[in-house]
Design a binder for this molecule. Structure first.
Ligand SMILES: Cc1cc2nc3c(=O)[nH]c(=O)nc-3n(C[C@H](O)[C@H](O)[C@H](O)COP(=O)(O)OP(=O)(O)OC[C@H]3O[C@@H](n4cnc5c(N)ncnc54)[C@H](O)[C@@H]3O)c2cc1C
Length: 361
């Protein structure tokens, strides 16, 4: 039965892809969802896993389980490496998967601005594996600080540098400060975890630049109350195993967390399309790729040509996924397609540790 239906392939089971799949629930279509992970990850809470406040299972759910009641959906765990748009085939490992409609929702990843070698010493936070790696790093830094007899090395081990003052960068230091000031405060004998030095480094003149100035001032004051040092207008020149070189000086830090930039997944390369500066595929008002009405790109991988200001957030990805799911459902059912996509901004919220938030409606 599924063989005779329109084949819809969705690549990526993040916020956008999952929403697209669910919106096709009642459509006469055979939906295939492909993801390189077996789980959907709630990325906004990754920093809580990285600081041991939550466990990985609290923020990740098996994709198969989420879609188990959707009979027209098949889930495949595989890494997509290419697309043949003329033959309408998706390439995964040595297998090809045919499609009539294709939805690309493969998200974004960290950008080291041409210095990928920094990734080893300054991990970014994007996947569960990143969060558990950072968590291990933070906890081991406290353990090694307890062990060493060298005061300078102890100070370095208890220094945590976060590079990038956007939403992710701002949430991490507040949470690390709580690890030292609350979770571990009583656990050590030779060191004082509450004295850990946490430094947020931002190249621009203020943190959270997408928020109005008064809110970004509020975030900075709240971080200061939690003992976080904020360095603005400070460019990181390089990262190494002992710390970061700054434009004017150096910060010795055993833990460096990279939150300074993102770049879209390589979907533009797969499609042979010219990306924007952030690597995103430029899509039309119905989120399709120009010249390919059967291919849609959504979420962090897409920039809508007539609405370039749509932020790279979960609500935006979900709205795009829902729209594309409905549009494809209407097409395969021979119904009228919806009007062009319109993004609805629901506000912004950043959590700065427990009991503190910056919110803009
Ligand atoms: C640490 C962090 C904190 C954040 N906090 C917030 C927040 O507080 N609020 C907010 O609104 N947004 C937040 N975001 C942004 C938000 O998570 C993203 O905008 C959103 O996830 C984008 O959805 P998406 O569907 O485009 O991509 P994603 O949700 O990233 O999903 C992409 C999926 O594609 C899969 N994939 C990628 N490449 C391949 C491939 N080659 N083959 C197969 N599968 C592939 C991935 O495994 C992933 O499951 C945060 C992001 C991060 C990293």
């Amino acid at each position: 039965m599924l063989d005779t239906l329109a084949k819809v392939v969705i690549i990526g089971a993040g916020f956008g892809g999952m929403e697209a799949a669910k919106s096709l629930k009642r459509a006469p279509a055979a939906v295939t969802v492909i993801d390189r992970q077996n789980h959907h990850c709630f990325q906004p809470l990754l920093y809580q896993v990285a600081t041991a406040a939550l466990s990985p299972a609290d923020i990740a759910w098996p994709i198969r389980h989420i879609l188990r009641k959707q009979n027209n959906a098949t889930v495949l765990m595989a890494e997509v490496c290419g697309i043949d748009t003329s033959k309408r085939l998706v390439q995964v490992d040595s297998v090809t998967i045919p499609y009539d409609y294709l939805v690309l929702a493969t998200g974004a990843t960290h950008s080291y601005f041409g210095h990928d070698e920094w990734a080893d010493v300054a991990p970014g936070l994007k996947r569960i594996e990143d969060a558990t790696r950072i968590r291990r790093h933070i906890l081991i830094a406290f353990e090694r600080a307890e062990l060493t007899n060298d005061p300078a090395e102890r100070a370095r081990l208890l220094t945590f540098a976060i590079v990038g003052g956007g939403a992710t960068g701002v949430e991490m230091p507040g949470a690390i400060s709580e690890v030292g000031r609350q979770s571990l405060a009583m656990d050590f004998r030779r060191i004082d975890p509450t004295a850990a030095r946490i430094v947020l480094i931002e190249a621009g003149p203020r943190i959270m630049p997408t928020l109005p100035e008064n809110l970004s001032d509020y975030v900075q004051r709240t971080l200061a109350k939690k003992g976080v040092e904020v360095m603005t207008s400070t460019r990181v020149m390089s990262c190494d195993t002992r710390g970061v070189a700054l434009e004017n000086g150096r910060l010795d830090a055993a833990t460096i967390i990279w939150a300074a930039g993102v770049v879209a997944s390589p979907a533009a390369r797969w499609l042979g399309a010219k990306p924007d500066r952030a690597g995103r595929v430029k899509v039309a008002a119905d989120l399709s790729v120009p010249g390919h009405p059967e291919i849609f790109v959504i979420g962090d991988t897409a920039v809508v040509t007539d609405q370039p200001g749509i932020p790279g957030t979960a609500p935006a990805a979900k709205q795009m996924g829902r729209y594309v799911g409905r549009l494809i459902a209407a097409r395969v059912d021979g119904k009228d397609t919806p009007p062009p996509f319109r993004y609805h901004h629901l506000g912004e919220l950043a959590t700065i540790g427990r009991h503190a938030e910056a919110r803009q409606a």
